[in-house]
Design a protein around this ligand. Structure first.
Ligand code: HEM
Ligand code: SF4
Length: 550
């Protein structure tokens, strides 16, 4: 966890006071909604179908138990008793009253949480691997570098009015859990031949109406140069990004129009002017930031404790195999908490659940939690001997469904239930899928399979990069859904391929079942993942199966 200093705390409280005054002026009519809009958007406040929506950042997905308790309090006191975890390490509150928002912000600021730069055309919350700092084999803790960049880009005047929003993600492990290839800038940490750390820089990934996988524009930027290099990218974007057309304003379009080579050349030219200047990072600054991350004092524990050997409940065993991952320290494990209960809304947690999870984090995970891009939570530091007791507690509060990475671990946007831009509902489709695949043995037999759902082309539910993607489209006022397969968001990121004409709401779950049945019949071996079967055979056999009866 990162500890803020006095300057950070003063800044946050001044920011709340400023917003309180803006809200006061809006409420008494001094400001129109139009005038208020840019002010609220600087503070993560959107206007949605039914109410204002408040998006709060969880930098690099790390939360303390105390912070989670405070989020629970905001959900309980100012919202309808829950919060919604998103795909970019944020939490959203959908029902907050404008008059109460400054109070909610003040309560959050007390524990170092805020919503600055969670909306607007600026550098958004910089995300990273939810297992950062605990996963074996990581090059360095990417959160340190996310924090370096967060400090640099936050409220930077040159980057406050970019052509469009700007998203950066960082990964430092072999397996990319941060979806860096669908970000405006993706940074993959690596070492050069001399063993020094730095980043491969990928630019121009993004979903929405024109999806692109990011392209590498430089294989290695030394870590000490990462601020100046990112600045060079932002400068080129600021200068040439399309401000005339909102649909063409993201950096992915600029990269596509210029070509990666030319874009990279422009960045190099810009970088040459600034790389040896004041933006070079000195070790003392990184050491200072690093020292503010709190790392647990791990004990020397057995990696095969008796408590585990003795546990025989098959439900526990299923969970152990599904939700528990290796930790870099022997005797410890990383535990994912599924926010995808059967029939539930993906990513939702009630205030009671959040409070209970915070208590469990205190008891079993050195008071620390993580939020991942799949809309689940994690306890990053659990002693293996505590796993049976932890499982019982998680099961009681409904966050131990053993479906992590399985077909019912659906990523979904809010769709028509909340969103003013939606064509269709997303959440009820997700709920139906979790019910259809509620049988754990069946889901486990199917194996790793990510279903992602968006209620419109803005792609908040990452449908393009779902192994199965579901996109809601409007057809003469009716809800239809396009189905893609073969997408993925990890190191092998790809955009999925459309299998055929859109299908009506009532048929979506049947179509997914058909696709799964086709896969089970087609896979070369039980351990060939869905995504690999699609890669091997293409979409045709799946298409034939789905449309044979439609
Ligand atoms: C309900 C209120 C929401 C609204 C109005 C909204 C609106 C939008 C819009 C307009 C875009 C496209 C912007 C662009 O490409 O330039 C977008 C992108 C995105 N949204 Fe949302 N969103 C909402 C909620 C959410 C939620 C709940 C999530 C997570 C579950 C989410 C995750 C994302 C992500 C990850 C993208 C980026 C996709 C990309 O790379 O292009 N949004 N959103
Ligand atoms: S994908 Fe569309 S419907 Fe879903 S939250 Fe984003 S803007 Fe709304």
């Amino acid at each position: 966890m990162y500890a803020y200093d006095e300057i950070d705390r003063t800044f946050l409280s001044e920011r709340v006071a400023e917003f309180r005054d803006q809200v006061r002026r809006r409420l008494n009519g001094e400001l129109t909604e139009e005038e208020f809009k840019s002010l609220r958007l600087m503070n993560g406040v959107y206007l949605q179908l039914h109410a204002y929506m408040f998006r709060v950042a969880i930098p690099y997905g790390t939360l303390s138990a105390q912070q989670l308790r405070r989020l629970a309090h905001v959900g309980r006191k100012y919202d309808r008793g829950y919060g919604h975890f998103t795909t970019r390490q944020n939490i959203q509150f959908n029902w907050i009253k404008l008059a109460e928002l400054p109070d909610a912000m003040e309560d959050l600021a007390e524990v170092g949480i805020h919503a600055i730069q969670t909306s607007g055309n600026c550098v958004r919350n910089i995300t990273t691997d939810q297992w950062a700092g605990v996963v074996p084999g990581e090059i360095d803790d990417p959160r340190v570098w996310a924090e370096v960049l967060r400090q640099y880009t936050t409220l930077h005047p040159e980057f406050a009015f970019l052509p469009r929003k700007f998203k950066i993600a960082i990964s430092a492990a072999d397996h990319d859990r941060a979806a860096i290839k669908i970000h405006d800038i993706g940074l993959r940490m690596r070492r050069n031949d001399a063993g020094e750390i730095g980043f491969e820089v990928l630019v121009g990934g993004g979903l929405g109406r024109s999806p692109f996988i990011a392209k590498t524009i430089r294989d290695f930027v030394h870590a000490r140069d990462i601020i100046s290099y990112v600045e060079a990218v932002l400068r080129v974007y600021n200068q040439y990004g399309r401000r005339d057309n909102i649909y063409k304003a993201r950096i992915k379009i600029l990269l596509h129009e210029l070509g990666a080579e030319r874009f990279a050349k422009d960045v190099e030219a810009e970088w040459a002017q600034i790389r040896d200047g004041m933006l070079e990072i000195d070790d003392a600054m990184v050491d200072d930031i690093r020292s503010r991350f709190r790392y647990p004092r791990y004990e020397q524990l057995s990696d095969t404790p008796q408590e585990l050997a003795k546990a025989s409940d098959p439900r526990f065993t299923a969970w152990l195999q599904n939700a528990v991952a290796p930790h870099k320290v022997p005797g410890y494990a990383v535990v994912t908490l599924s926010l995808k209960p059967i029939g539930g809304t993906p990513g939702d947690a009630t205030a009671e659940q959040m409070d209970a999870i915070a208590d469990l984090a205190d008891r079993y995970s050195f008071g620390e939690l993580r939020v991942g891009h799949e809309q689940n939570l994690a306890l990053p530091n659990v002693a293996k001997r505590d796993l049976p007791a932890l499982w019982r507690a998680l099961d009681k509060i409904g966050v131990a469904t053993p479906n992590v990475n399985l077909i019912s671990d659906v990523i979904s946007c809010p769709g028509l239930d909340y969103c003013s831009l939606a064509n269709t509902r997303s959440i009820p489709i997700a709920q139906e899928l979790t019910r259809r695949f509620a049988n754990h043995d069946l889901a486990a037999m199917i194996g790793r399979l990510h279903v992602n759902i968006s209620g419109c082309i803005n792609a908040c539910g990452h449908h393009h990069v779902g192994h199965i993607g579901i996109l809601g489209v409007d057809k003469n006022g009716e809800e239809f859904y396009q189905i893609t397969i073969g997408g993925r968001a990890d190191e092998g990121a790809e955009i999925g391929t459309l299998i055929g004409p859109a299908v009506p709401y009532a048929e979506v779950a049947d179509v997914i079942e058909d696709i799964v049945e086709a896969y089970l019949a087609l896979r070369a071996a039980p351990d060939e993942l869905f995504i690999d079967t699609v890669k091997r055979l293409g979409v045709q056999p799946f298409k034939e199966r789905v449309y044979a009866t439609r």
